[in-house]
Design a binder for this molecule. Structure first.
Ligand SMILES: O=C(O)[C@H](O)[C@@H](O)[C@H](O)[C@H](O)COP(=O)(O)O
Ligand code: SF4
Length: 634
């Protein structure tokens, strides 16, 4: 255990060193912004009167008296995301609970939220990644009213929690609690849904049958039950200390869910400078919290999207991380959870088997999480080894079960699903990439096959339907990166590539685009950086080139004779930005595409002015090699 903890300490110390300049400045900035009295006291009368003009009289009196803390509600409610639909009822619960706690609460602002399930495979997916930055900016607009002593962020899905968190961190002097809605009850198992999709892709199931399966899987309010980016977000909010303990996977529309929402309002009021335990979010999210998030993501087989979002969130707090940090932790963090796409269970099964409290205790006791952290539940992460329950209507917390409720879903550290968590950084002559192998069978973790280059998902799917892909091949999709077309998820490829894999062909995907957190069984080296349209090596690949994807050794290579390779031109399609999509608003995001950083820097089109370019530097590589060598001796 001591050796595992040593790697955790080494990686954390490396991040602290790398971030000294930016983190010091961040802490200084939030110190200067912190107020020891109601923030709204600094407003002129006119500003203040505008701020409470529409408030109900009791709140107006309190807002005018400057006695009580005032809480901002920032919400991503809409009817498009099943996960966000329950949030519509939360402001009323929050306002009532705030008053009980001697505080007021105002709906400070809404943020947009895109459902990646609705836009998957469509032009709207090209706005998805940058919607994270729009959400961060919208959060800032809400909090910019300067009426607030704390905030509650209501959001669940993919880019929404990262966007809310980036925005809230830029008001790092405020205490902030994240409030989730929880997963929908289990419907048609995800594996059966995926099976019907493959049958449909093969023409063996009709559209009615497919729609029936999808509707039985996605059937009500709440987060989709696979372990994708949305549910990875919930795990991160717990392990980074921004949820009340055990909030992540309590179903919506239940008494326990509503009790946790009300308690979040009471708790955040108590965390203000007026509440006696001032806990600004900028102190909760420090290097240790970020490392705890990475460890939890790895141990759970979480979404690859967080090799981008977590980097961006860390930057917003002045903390610089890169993919080497993920990989070095992945070398010692075991896989303790198997939830679809990494298994057949869903997050409700995980929760019932012991859930976050069990997982947190196992990792803490192994020295794989920093315990000495600041959280919204108080000092130390040990509180998160408890789960909430209602004792005759009273919200309480109790210890996690000693044993897992289902060893097929959740394992103790002594008996992991895998000694390593299955996230690798791939290096070689095609650039740097990431791959998640926790859902890839061992026999598919090395693929060496001829390249077939496609410049769109549609082109590959048409080739599949035409029967042109009945062979071993590596699908290479360049020009899918952030600057090219907003780095869409290419998850629509999963059923077709899954059919070919099931037919016995060795298939893999290499792209500078993303995959969904729900992708999994087909080996995919994604987020290739630098991306093709800025000179990345994917643009040199030609049909027929032998590509080797070796996720065991972490190598991604075009096996082309060196001289021929370097003499090749970069080939880009006529319209490398994927073409202006008429009627989809794509052109409104030109500024984001033109200003975005690379995937390993969080693909950020905001905060790019911060002095935070952290490249994987030579010293780091030497140190990493040394750490690796040491690890192999473990
Ligand atoms: O990163 C993710 O987890 C995905 O973006 C997810 O939020 C999205 O909804 C998937 O597309 C759902 O999977 P299906 O498309 O397979 O339903
Ligand atoms: S998990 Fe994905 S599909 Fe489900 S509501 Fe969230 S964004 Fe939409």
């Amino acid at each position: 255990m001591a050796q595992l903890n040593q790697v955790l300490q080494n990686v954390t110390e490396r991040i602290v060193q790398r971030s000294t300049h930016t983190r010091t400045r961040y802490l200084r900035d939030i110190e200067e912004a912190a107020a020891r009295e109601p923030v709204r006291k600094a407003l002129a009368c006119a500003n203040l009167a505008h701020g409470f003009a529409a408030a109900p009289q009791p709140d107006k009196d309190e807002l005018k008296s400057l006695r009580w803390p005032n809480i901002a509600i920032v919400s991503a409610y809409n009817d498009m995301l099943s996960a966000h639909q329950p949030l519509g009822d939360y402001p009323a619960i929050i306002k009532a609970a705030a008053r009980e706690a001697g505080a007021t609460a105002q709906f400070a602002g809404g943020v947009p939220a895109m459902c990646d399930g609705v836009t998957q495979g469509r032009a709207g997916m090209e706005l998805s990644l940058f919607s994270r930055d729009v959400i961060a900016m919208s959060t800032a607009i809400a909090l910019s009213h300067d009426m607030f002593d704390a905030a509650l962020c209501l959001g669940v899905c993919d880019k929404i929690v990262p966007g809310l968190l980036i925005g809230a961190l830029r008001f790092g002097h405020l205490p902030v609690v994240f409030v989730p809605a929880g997963p929908m009850p289990s419907g048609l198992p995800n594996r059966m849904k995926a099976r019907v999709r493959q049958l449909f892709a093969e023409g063996k199931a009709g559209r009615d049958e497919l729609l029936q399966a999808e509707s039985e899987s996605y059937h009500g309010p709440g987060t989709c039950t696979f372990y994708g980016t949305a549910n990875s977000n919930q795990l991160l909010m717990e392990l980074m200390g921004l949820h009340l303990p055990g909030s992540a996977f309590v179903n919506p529309g239940t008494p326990l869910r509503d009790a946790l929402t009300a308690e979040a309002a009471r708790r955040v009021a108590g965390l203000t400078s007026l509440g006696g335990s001032y806990t600004p979010i900028g102190h909760v999210i420090d290097e240790r919290a970020i490392v705890n998030g990475i460890v939890g993501l790895l141990a759970s087989g979480g979404s690859t999207n967080h090799t981008i979002h977590l980097v961006a969130v860390a930057r917003a707090a002045g903390i610089l991380i890169n993919w080497d940090d993920f990989e070095d932790l992945a070398g010692v963090v075991p896989l303790l959870m198997r939830v679809y796409p990494n298994g057949s269970a869903d997050v409700n099964h995980f929760h019932a088997a012991g859930g976050m409290a069990f997982l947190t205790r196992e990792l803490l006791d192994a020295g794989l999480l920093h315990e000495d952290v600041v959280t919204v539940a108080g000092q130390g992460l040990r509180a998160y080894t408890q789960e909430p329950w209602l004792d005759e209507g009273r919200l309480r917390w109790r210890q996690a079960p000693d044993r897992t409720g289902d060893a097929e879903v959740l394992r103790p550290l002594a008996d992991p699903f895998d000694r390593e968590s299955g996230l690798r950084v791939m290096v070689g002559n095609l650039g740097r990439a990431v791959i998640k192998t926790s859902a890839v069978k061992p026999e598919h973790r090395v693929v060496e096959a001829p390249a077939k280059v496609f410049y769109s998902q549609q082109a590959l799917l048409e080739a599949f339907q035409a029967g042109e892909l009945e062979q071993d091949f590596v699908a290479v999709l360049p020009c899918q990166g952030p600057r090219a077309c907003g780095m869409p998820e290419l998850h629509k490829l999963t059923p077709a590539l899954g059919v070919l894999q099931d037919r016995g062909f060795k298939v893999a995907l290499v792209t500078d685009g993303r995959m969904s957190g729900a992708s999994g069984k087909v080996p995919a080296a994604i987020h290739v950086t630098p991306e093709a349209v800025v000179g990345g090596e994917l643009a040199r690949v030609r049909d027929g080139d032998l590509i080797r994807l070796d996720s065991i050794e972490g190598r991604l290579e075009a096996l082309v004779e060196a001289r021929e390779w370097t003499q090749r031109r970069h080939v880009l399609p006529q319209d490398p930005d994927g073409g202006a999509m008429r009627g989809t608003g794509r052109e409104l995001f030109d500024t984001f595409r033109n200003n975005t950083s690379g995937a390993e820097e969080g693909a950020m089109s905001i905060l790019t002015g911060l002095d935070n370019r952290a490249e994987p530097d030579a010293d780091l590589a030497i140190e990493r090699e040394a750490t690796r060598e040491k690890d192999t001796q473990l």
